[in-house]
Design a protein around this ligand. Structure first.
Ligand SMILES: Nc1ncnc2c1ncn2[C@@H]1O[C@H](COP(=O)(O)OP(=O)(O)O)[C@@H](O)[C@H]1O
Ligand SMILES: [Mg+2]
Length: 294
């Protein structure tokens, strides 16, 4: 099981959305990180086979994916970022419909749907119309349809947007389990969603792959650059101007505890903080600082 993205680029008129990306993807969870516009969706659409690269190629176990034809449908599962539903279908009817498209037998389909409804805690709403579901439930239906054919390669584009914290935890557990013997590629700009489950991460910026590695490896890149300190609240606006604050917490009326990124300590009582993947991300994407979700 190996997905090989070999020097792939995608050009849209004067925009190079994906720029010479090479990645060798093996079983496990792969987090594809990057700010909006980095090229994640374009890369995933090419891997999912719904858009052709301008140059380079993508192979699965040595075979170019555009030569896989019908096998392709069995190998890949894909959740697009903008997922179009059939609002008048019930959850169950919709999943039955997708099963038929994917060529599952009626028996396989019944078993698979019931398992997935259970795993994604959708059993209670299986007879509800999709139009009536909450955002998080719709996302889970989207994840279920991508998993229906038990794909060897699962591609999920921003799967966690709209999930509440409990749903996120269940989702992470489900994927960690699934990824033991499957390839799972997840794009997100919500770093904590992949931090603990990603076997490896790939970070994209302006269409290019700027770093890849395990969470531990990537976090080393900001070792010694993350600090925490206490400052008087009245000076906060001033510190916000001069420091790259990634987190802050009020400690009583006149003190605030801050976490910031810098090559060196910038206050007298700063102490080194244990770096997290999000710190690396914010180091690489300064404009995203303090504009986080979830
Ligand atoms: N079909 C398209 N035509 C023209 N430009 C596009 C198209 N799709 C994406 N882009 C541009 O390519 C860049 C990467 O977009 P995208 O892959 O959606 O990034 P991400 O998913 O990381 O937010 C953006 O600048 C976007 O505007
Ligand atoms: Mg996207």
């Amino acid at each position: 099981m190996e997905l090989y993205v070999n020097n792939v680029s995608k050009q849209f008129k004067d925009k190079r959305a994906v720029d010479h990306v090479t990645l060798n993807i093996t079983p496990g969870v792969w987090g594809l990180l990057g700010a909006n516009g980095a090229g994640k969706t374009t890369l995933m659409r090419m891997i999912a086979g719904i858009m052709k690269p301008t140059s380079g190629r993508i192979e699965y176990d040595g075979i170019p994916i555009d030569r896989l034809k019908d096998e392709y449908r069995d190998i890949f599962g894909y959740l697009p970022q903008e997922f179009g539903f059939y609002p008048e279908f019930t959850v169950k009817n919709y999943l039955e419909y997708v099963s038929a498209l994917k060529g599952l037998t009626a028996k396989e389909s019944r078993r698979r749907i019931s398992d997935l409804l259970e795993q994604l805690t959708l059993t209670n709403v299986c007879n509800k119309k999709i139009a009536k579901l909450s955002g998080g439930m719709k996302r889970r239906v989207g994840i279920a349809q991508a998993l229906l054919n038990d794909p060897e390669v699962l591609i999920l584009d921003e799967p966690t947007s709209g999930l509440d914290p409990a749903e996120r935890v269940r989702f992470r557990n489900l994927l960690s389990e699934f990824a033991r013997d499957h390839i799972v590629l997840i794009s997100t700009h919500i770093v904590p969603d992949v931090e603990y489950i990603a076997t490896r991460n790939a970070v994209m910026k302006d269409g290019r792959l700027i770093s890849t590695g395990t969470t531990e490896e990537l976090v080393k890149l900001v070792d010694g650059k993350v600090w925490s300190a206490m400052i008087p609240t009245k000076y906060l606006p001033e510190y916000e101007q001069k420091l790259r604050i990634v987190n802050l917490r009020n400690e009583g009326d006149d003190q605030v505890s801050i976490r910031y990124l810098s090559e060196r300590p910038r206050t007298e009582d700063s102490v080194p903080a244990v770096p997290r993947l999000e710190d690396l991300y914010l180091w690489l994407f300064p404009q995203d600082t303090l504009e986080r979700e979830g």
